[in-house]
Design a protein around this ligand. Sequence first.
Ligand code: DX5
Ligand code: ZN
Length: 217
Amino acid sequence: MKLLAPSILAADFSNLRQQIRYTELGGADWIHCDIMDGKFVPNISFGPSIVSAVKRITDLTIDVHLMIENPDSYIEDFINAGADIITVHQEEVVHLDRTLNLIKSLGAKAAVAVNPATPLNSLDEILDDVDMILLMSVNPGFGGQNFIGKSIKKIEQLSKIKKENNNRFLIQVDGGIDKQNISQVSNAGCDVFVAGSAIFKNENITAASVELKKLIT
Ligand code: DX5
Ligand code: ZN
């Protein structure tokens, strides 16, 4: 199953309810929330109060991507705010096994993200324990960046590993996804497609969502 996860980082926050509704009408499956603290990444976005507002706006799965230092201290806050799935960064978390267990013990799905320069073998020990692996196809921190072409090879490699080990995790790709590259990302093995600018910077959010959905299904 191929899932579309619009990232609200690129949305008009003065009109969030309507903007999310437009993506729902276009077939969005999840809502991706990018949490940035100005430390792990050089940008600040929003915190649990916005996530809880999103939860009240939509019944879609709330997908929270934590680009923050010391995520363990905030996981419970985001789950209480309504996160259904929490993604932490491999580069930030020292005791990854402990953090994944913490997320699951609080009733959410647990995922790990890797930056473009982080090798896949850093995930070898947790492949059986995660619900999703997020491959960053830009260096995190900002929406609207260009897709890093060599990510395709990494998606293919992870997809191969998943098949060989009979793993059940979803493969998510995040950064620079648009109508030009989404089919290639899909063919490489992506299950969950994050798209910010390609959806919310389009003057017709519903039509943009429909088009991306069509290209992956
Ligand atoms: C990047 C974020 C992405 C970003 C995607 O740091 O994790 O989710 O918002 O936005 P686009 O699709 O504009 O690259
Ligand atoms: Zn993200």
